[in-house]
Design a binder for this molecule. Structure first.
Ligand code: ATP
Ligand code: MG
Length: 564
């Protein structure tokens, strides 16, 4: 079995799996699962777990189940189930026929509960949830037993049947495991297994009015499915003894739990509860808002599954919590887009340029490189004519010394076209520059002067008549502090929202190639960044582009600094 993955030593989870395969534990079979609760959309943190679980199954010839952990009907919805399936597939993983729902096991979980009652290992308690908490004790004090702890097996069976039959109100009774009220691990102090909830379940309807708690449902679902490696995040470490206790008392398939550190990212919140709050308060425009760290959000923004998988590979898997710099994610994205993105010229803030010595009705097609990183991408032809648009900030009337673009009397290169010189600046009544009169040098076609003279700047442009119009949305970080979860008293994380996280530019001018722009394809707008068509907002003649990421690379700088 491989001890190396892509020339890197195995992480600790893969090392365990590798050892198990070698030792023929579970006959050498590897079965993992990704167990989302369908109470929100998946985010980039979930991607780490998906890549780990599905990745291990692939690498060790096993399988990975997609299991919906749908035990809390008050928060779960079909919309979330659908989105989760779309997102896992989009990331590039396939669960085949292994799509499961904890709710499919409700009958068996119920039977397991009865089995524990019959063993004297579970009892019905009349204490309220508040009282249970009170009786549970603290880290320094042992808990005290409930006065109902020693009910007879017969009585417990009858009461549990009553709970199931709807005889009691919500909160009136719960079923608890009978373990150890003095355990140093609070999770072992008679945890609740079942509670009464008169709620319609998206899948089981009104069949049940008792629902299993996470701890009772999760491990047993793993066991029912024959999961060999149940990989979860570190916050479940203290639940592991309980996970093992249930499996042992029930004598069922011995799944094992392994914990790894969850992903935390700077400038980002990765909590479904908080993301839902952003959606519900209108701070963002839905779960798939391109500023959201959800997979649907970053997909709409133009992230690629390849970039996300590469990111997950680079961050690795460890048992120590840490925070990853979001610029590493952006770095992986740029690396990927740089290889695949079609280059085009787009002017975001157009300033008109008239080439006075170019024929009035003249037009010509100039050759442009589609992708310098990929020869196979070939060339395209870009129309050039007498009237063009350039970027407003590529011109300055009174430029400082180190400004190498266009200015009165100065010459620049128009990318793939000619040298032009600015001869005259036209202004409106308020003194705003509205047009530049320039002349071109026909000898410089393609961007080089035969006399060897040099220009310092190269700028992009589009032909006025042939260009098409679009709206372009520029995004910045959704939060303006590194740790949005750290807040002053009386504030919440929304206090750190960046009010400049979206800038909408209208009237941008695109080279005509982009008439054929399609969703899910990345374009590099030369000098401006990577962009993609917004599938939700673009329709008919209306084009809306999202900036996926800018070209400037803060991560490369950080990495460079760390090296030196
Ligand atoms: P959240 O904290 O965002 O509400 P969750 O853990 O409640 O997430 P689940 O639907 O239960 O959401 O998560 C499914 C799986 O994804 C779990 O195994 C969980 O451990 C894992 N997971 C969730 N968040 C992260 C994260 N930030 N990094 C890595 N794995 C994660
Ligand atoms: Mg969870």
């Amino acid at each position: 079995m491989a001890e190396l993955l892509n020339d890197k030593p195995l992480d600790f989870v893969r090392q365990i799996v590798s050892d198990d395969v070698r030792n023929k534990t579970h006959e050498g079979v590897v079965v993992t699962r990704f167990p989302p609760e369908p109470n929100g959309y998946l985010h980039i943190g979930h991607a780490k777990s998906i890549c780990l679980n599905f990745g291990i199954a692939q690498e060790f010839g096993g399988r990975c189940h997609l299991r919906f952990d749908d035990t809390n009907p008050t928060k779960e919805e079909q919309e979330y189930i659908d989105s989760i399936k779309t997102d896992v597939r989009w990331l590039g993983f396939d669960w085949g026929r292994h799509e499961y729902y904890a709710s499919d096991y409700f009958d068996r979980l119920h039977a397991f509960a009865i089995q524990l009652i019959e063993k004297g290992k579970a009892y019905v308690d009349d204490l309220s949830m508040d009282q249970i908490r009170e009786y549970r004790g603290t880290l320094t004090e042992p808990g005290k037993p409930s006065p109902f702890r020693d009910r007879s097996i017969q009585e417990n069976l009858a009461l549990f049947e009553g709970m199931r039959g709807g005889k009691f109100k919500e909160g009136e009774k719960v079923l608890r495991a009978k373990i150890d009220m003095a355990s140093p691990n609070i999770n072992m102090r008679d945890p609740v297994m079942y509670r009464i909830l008169f709620a319609e379940h998206p899948r089981t309807g009104s069949k049940w009015c008792i629902y299993p708690m996470y701890d009772f449902a999760h491990g047993q679902s793993d066991s029912i499915e024959g999961i060999t490696h149940s990989i979860c995040t570190l916050e479940f470490e203290n639940h592991k003894p309980l996970y093992d206790w249930f499996i042992q008392e029930l004598g069922i398939f011995p799944s094992h739990q392994y914990e790894f550190a969850r992903l935390n990212l700077t400038y980002t919140v990765l909590s479904k509860r908080k993301l839902l709050e952003l959606v519900n308060t209108g701070a963002v425009d839905g779960w798939d808002d391109p500023r959201m760290p959800t997979l649907s959000g970053i997909r709409r923004r133009g992230y690629t599954p390849e970039a996300i998988r590469e990111f997950c590979k680079r961050i690795g898997v460890a048992r120590v919590d840490g925070v990853i710099d979001v610029s590493l994610l952006e770095y992986c994205l740029r690396e990927d887009l740089n290889k695949r993105a079609q280059r085009v010229m787009v002017v975001l803030d157009p300033l008109k340029v008239v080439i006075t010595n170019y024929p009035k009705d003249g037009t010509e097609l100039l050759e442009a490189v589609n992708n310098p990183e990929d020869e196979a991408a070939g060339m395209r032809r870009v129309p050039f004519s007498r009237e063009l648009y350039i970027e407003r900030d590529d011109f300055m009337e009174n430029p400082p010394k180190d400004f190498f673009r266009l200015a009165p009397g100065r010459e620049v290169r128009l990318r793939y076209a000619y040298f032009i010189r600015c001869d005259e600046v036209i202004k409106d009544d308020n003194g705003n520059v509205i047009e530049l009169r320039c002349s071109y040098d026909p000898q410089t076609k393609g961007g080089n002067a035969p006399d060897g003279r040099k220009v310092k700047g190269t700028i992009h442009w589009v032909s006025a008549a042939e260009s098409i119009e679009a709206e372009v949305r520029l995004y910045d970080r959704l939060f303006n502090v590194e740790d949005p979860n750290a807040v002053a008293e009386g504030q919440d994380f929304k206090a750190h929202l960046n009010s400049q996280s979206m800038v909408i530019l209208k009237g941008c001018r695109l080279e005509p190639f982009l008439k054929q722009a399609a969703c899910g394809i990345s374009y590099q707008f030369e000098r401006k960044g990577y962009f993609c068509l917004d599938g939700k907002l673009s329709h008919g003649g209306t084009l809306v582009f999202n900036r996926t990421v800018s070209l400037k690379d803060t991560w490369a700088k950080i990495a460079q600094k760390n090296k030196s």
